[in-house]
Design a protein around this ligand. Structure first.
Ligand code: GDP
Ligand code: GDP
Length: 436
């Protein structure tokens, strides 16, 4: 379920982000870019020979006000904490440096598999120099050129070979959700308040780091939930814990590992850039989303306050128009009982399958009410649609020419599908496919 995580480490300028982009860029996303979403270049998906993984560029996690050496050391520590496999990058042009050796020392003490890549080996002549790096102690160095795309396949073969064996062999039907938000919005308070109300099943399966930070509980109707990364939020007291980029990285990891994401906002402080980034990431990752406005007890209210706040959220998160909003207080426990049933409800929508016949009735009615547009003298024809997957619900719609289906008509069809079937809380994907 959770993808293995690969971290790229090395001192500045060795080519980390070049290689990150090369590995991540080759994956073609079916999801179109969402307007209003700022993407973070520190965390991305990768795929190699059918294996999916997530990739971290530790160079993107700047720890401000720290000397150079401390920074790269902390980046290496983050890699050790967060990754299953580490790609350690050095630079043939500069040769081995003290900083490389220091990074090597830190990595060497960890138990994580390390694959050593020597970058900027742009031509054959340089290859013979690669063997100098054997002395770093990570076995055979892989010569690569990030810029020219040389050697990346062999490197990825080695990375994939080091993936841990699948630890997720036990059946788990529980609904996985996470509480995501900036520091101090009240995540830990919410976690404790929610767990305080329910029967917690301690499921600390030996040896797996993930289970150690997940908490399973059941509600009275016997629905099983897994709260993702509960302990991880406060796991370490290290300096980098408070850096926003690191918080972002942890948030993205937890989102990947969840079915449903509770985006926690602080009613006292309103919406910040961080909130938008994580919400955007959850949306693009296709997760179910619930917006939770915490600390509602601190707000001076009249009968219009909630609506006004809701409007601000709708304006700021336009792409999340499907997400329910709840106003809660971890302190007074106001409306917290509503959360598990709401999560269950969104999960049901996230995993819902609709019959092709019913779907096509809806599509044909939609087309009758609002005929398909034409462009370049060509009229769009919609033949039929079918749901191909869940989590999120994904529909393939067969058309005569996928280019003539503009965003606005696609949006119209999505709205009609949403009207006919309740998909509250979940994004839905529409894939246009050409059929002659
Ligand atoms: P980072 O600081 O480790 O993320 O390094 P960057 O990816 O920003 O790269 C630093 C510099 O090295 C840039 O000018 C890149 O164009 C260059 N570079 C990266 N990969 C290669 C490569 O394979 N060959 C050569 N010649 N230059 C490279
Ligand atoms: P986290 O960093 O997101 O996990 O936030 P915490 O749960 O540690 O909460 C940060 C601070 O906000 C603490 O002082 C909490 O007591 C306070 N807090 C959390 N939830 C609420 C709430 O609903 N109302 C009020 N008034 N304070 C809250």
């Amino acid at each position: 379920m959770a993808n293995p995580v690969v971290a790229v480490v090395g001192r500045p300028n060795v080519g980390k982000s070049t290689i990150f982009n090369r590995i991540a860029g080759e994956r073609i996303s079916i999801v179109e870019d969402t307007p209003g979403v700022t993407r973070d270049r520190i965390y991305a998906h990768g795929e190699w020979i059918g294996k999916n993984f997530n990739l971290i560029d530790t160079g993107g996690i700047e720890i401000s006000d720290q000397p150079f050496v401390t920074q790269i050391r902390q980046q290496a520590e983050i890699a050790i904490d967060e990754a299953d496999v580490i790609v350690f990058i050095v630079d043939i042009k500069t040769g081995m440096t003290d900083a490389d050796e220091q990074v090597a020392q830190i990595l060497y003490r960890s138990n994580k598999p390390v694959v050593l890549a020597v970058n900027k080996v742009d031509n054959q002549e340089l290859r013979s120099e690669v063997y100098d790096f054997y002395s770093l102690g990570f076995g055979e160095p892989y010569p690569i050129s990030g810029v020219h795309g040389i050697g990346i396949g062999d490197l990825l073969d080695a990375v994939v070979n080091n993936f841990p064996d699948n630890v997720d062999n036990e059946e788990d039907d529980s609904i996985r959700f996470s509480l995501i938000g900036r520091p101090n919005v009240g995540k830990s308070s919410l976690v404790n308040a929610i767990l305080g109300e329910h029967r917690v099943i301690v499921s600390n399966i030996a040896g797996t780091t993930r289970d150690a930070i997940d908490t399973k509980f059941t509600t009275e109707d016997d629905t099983e939930f897994t709260m993702v990364d509960t302990a991880g939020m406060k796991k370490r007291g290290k300096i980098y814990e408070n850096t926003e980029r690191y918080a972002m990285l942890r948030a993205m990891k937890a989102i990947d590992d969840s079915d449903i994401v509770l985006v926690v906002l602080n009613a006292e402080e309103g919406i910040r850039e961080f909130d938008k980034r994580i919400a955007g990431y959850a949306h693009e990752a296709g997760r179910g989303v619930i917006i939770v406005v915490n600390k509602w007890d601190t707000v001076d209210k009249n009968n219009k306050t909630m609506q006004a706040f809701e409007q601000i959220i709708r304006d700021e998160f336009q792409y999340l128009s499907y997400a329910p909003i709840v106003f809660v207080s971890a302190k007074t426990k106001q409306r917290l009982v509503n959360l598990p049933p709401l999560i269950k409800n969104v999960y049901d929508h996230h995993t819902k399958r609709v019959q092709s016949a019913t779907l096509n009735d809806v599509l044909m009615d939609a087309i009758a009410a609002n005929p398909t547009p034409s462009s370049n003298n060509k009229r769009l024809r919609v033949y039929y649609g079918t749901q191909v997957s869940i989590q999120p619900p994904t529909f393939v719609i067969f058309v005569n020419d996928s280019d003539t289906m503009h965003f606005s008509y696609e949006r119209y069809l999505e709205n009609q599908i949403r009207k006919a079937f309740d998909f509250t809380g979940t994004p839905i994907h529409i894939i246009k496919r050409r059929r002659k």
